[in-house]
Design a protein around this ligand. Structure first.
Ligand code: HH2
Length: 287
């Protein structure tokens, strides 16, 4: 990939790590831990120390069945975090995880650099906000909303249909004035997908490279790991690392994760397997 996000140029195959900051009371794996702005800021600083390449700040849970949060409430959760991080010179790009134009606008004004939209431009005002600000946007595949998405997990060929629907999202973006060059695509692991469908998408993620855009995947701690192993949500790091490895070998450039330090090591080894090279090692001279 080659894309500027905020002050940073993301260049090469990565993988680059997007660390998750959930400023919510009810996220599926860490709800309530980072709802206070101070706790969310500390979390972002910690993720940066652990080696995150950017952080994703969200104020609305998207877990299956989650109730929608009013825009004003979401702004009150997210904007102070972005403001405080920028005020103290936080060095990484900041992404805002929202489906609402009003929240995206407020976060961009406060210093966010990227919009992560799990509805892939369901709100035309979010598309306008991104087009006007000239920022990149993550277009994630989902059907319906978190309230009803699990009843819509019906596919003949999940990879082909997700690819077709992401292509439609790219067309929506372009029609709204967001050029393809400013888009990142995400198959939406666990969003209107059964565990089997999420596994199929992870195993065949490489096929989505045909869409010609950088890929972001978020397998971290998700329920397909629980379905495969029986592990509770707090015990899914090993399963997350296996999924991350599959993503890297498939050529996924960006990984959205909670456990940055551990994923960083797994991702580096997976990238070395992908490239069959040790980064920074001296190359043998000519014989
Ligand atoms: N997954 C979640 C939230 N946002 N964004 C993208 N682009 N891709 C994802 O897979 C994705 C996402 C769900 O994880 P989390 O934020 O930890 O939970 P919650 O939505 O309950 O806050």
């Amino acid at each position: 990939m080659r894309m500027s996000i905020g002050a940073r140029l993301f260049e090469g195959p990565g993988p680059f790590l997007m660390g998750i900051v959930n400023a919510t009371p009810d996220s599926f794996s860490d709800g309530g831990r980072y709802l206070e702005p101070g706790a969310a800021v500390d979390r972002a600083l910690r993720l940066a120390e652990e080696g995150a390449d950017l952080v994703d700040v969200g104020g609305e849970s998207t877990r299956p069945g989650a109730p929608p949060v009013p825009a004003a409430e979401e702004i009150a959760r997210v904007v102070p975090v972005v403001e405080r991080l920028r005020a103290r010179g936080f060095p990484l790009p900041i992404s805002v995880d929202t489906v609402k134009g009003a929240v995206a606008r407020a976060a961009l004004l406060a210093g966010a650099d990227l919009v992560n939209d799990v509805s892939a431009l369901g709100d035309p005002d979010l598309a306008r906000a991104c087009a006007e600000a000239g920022v990149p946007v993550v277009l994630m595949h989902m059907r319906g909303t978190p309230a009803d998405m699990q009843s819509r997990a019906v596919y003949r060929d999940v990879v082909a249909e997700v690819a077709r629907e992401l292509e439609a999202a790219l067309a929506r973006a372009e029609a709204a004035g967001i050029p393809r060059e400013r888009t990142i695509l995400d198959p939406g692991i666990g969003f209107a997908k059964t565990a089997e469908q999420s596994l199929e998408l992870l195993a065949r993620a490489g096929e989505l490279r045909a869409l010609g855009r950088p890929l972001l995947v978020g397998p971290s701690r998700k329920s397909f790991i629980g379905k495969v192993t029986g592990a509770e949500v707090g015990e899914r790091l090993p399963g997350t690392l296996a999924a991350v490895t599959a993503c890297v070998l498939a050529g996924v450039e960006l990984l959205r994760v909670h456990d940055v330090a551990a994923v960083r090591q797994a991702a580096r080894v997976a990238a070395a397997l992908r490239d069959r090279a040790v980064p920074g090692a001296a190359r043998p001279g000519p014989r």
